[in-house]
Write a protein of this length. Structure first.
Length: 240
């Protein structure tokens, strides 16, 4: 009997209460879109995922986020702010996800083709890989962060993680148990190292720079991976 196709869900972790740059997820990015709206529109183009969902918190600060998501017809779940593991597990359960792709909303330059490549790799190698990431020990720029893992791992972590930082940072539980989980790191290719580039948004300086890539440097709104790399390396050469 043919096995049912697993349900793949991209879960975007987002909240308004960032300590360093509050409300950043709804700050304008480009082409009339805020950071979160841009991320969600881009991820909705991924051909390897079945659903795109926002996992936000039940803090009243995120009521405005819920309003934004409802207005734009995006699916979401609200759960514990400090216990991200529980929030993700309940999101996966509510939407029937078998494979979870974790994206954080401080990565506005997330690229659909990279996410698709990682989902496809994970699907083809599920007998050998439990957790796949391009965040650690890879040649990707910081800020294109994508993690793929299965529902069983998430449930296991939710039940067994008892350290505060493992409840808050979902990947900590997995990464500290390399003897339990088959962990793999995904590279774009092995000829170049792009990890020196930082593209996440944690501060107002980060935000200003990312906005300038679109408005001043000419990054296309629907850019591909190599569009970004060419722009960053050209910018680097000019500053060098």
């Amino acid at each position: 009997m043919k096995m049912a196709k697993p349900c793949v869900g991209i879960v975007v972790q987002a909240r308004m209460g960032s300590t360093r740059l509050p409300h950043k997820v709804l700050m304008d990015l480009t082409d009339g879109e805020c950071i979160l709206g841009y991320i969600l529109r881009r991820l909705s183009a991924c051909h390897s995922a079945d659903k795109v969902i926002v996992a936000t918190t039940d803090n009243t600060k995120d009521d405005v986020l819920e309003t934004f998501l409802q207005k734009n017809d995006y699916e979401y779940f609200r759960g514990s702010e400090p216990d991200c593991l529980d929030r993700f597990n309940k999101t996966a359960k509510k939407f029937g996800l078998d494979i979870i792709v974790r994206i954080t909303a401080d990565c506005p330059l997330i690229i659909p083709e990279v996410v698709d490549d990682m989902i496809d790799y994970y699907q083809k190698n599920r007998n050998y890989v439990d957790y796949l990431s391009n965040r650690q020990y890879t040649n990707f720029p910081e800020g294109l962060d994508t993690e793929v893992f299965n529902r069983k791992m998430l449930e296991d972590a939710t039940i067994n993680a008892d350290l505060a930082d493992e409840r808050e940072h979902i990947n900590y539980y997995f990464l500290r148990r390399e003897n339990k989980y088959r962990i793999r790191y995904f590279n774009h290719n092995y000829r170049h190292d792009y990890s020196r580039f930082k593209l996440s948004v944690d501060t107002i300086e980060n935000y200003t720079r990312i906005v300038s890539l679109f408005n001043e440097k000419g990054l296309p709104v629907n850019f591909k991976f190599m569009d970004l790399i060419k722009l960053l390396t050209t910018e680097e050469q000019h500053h060098g």
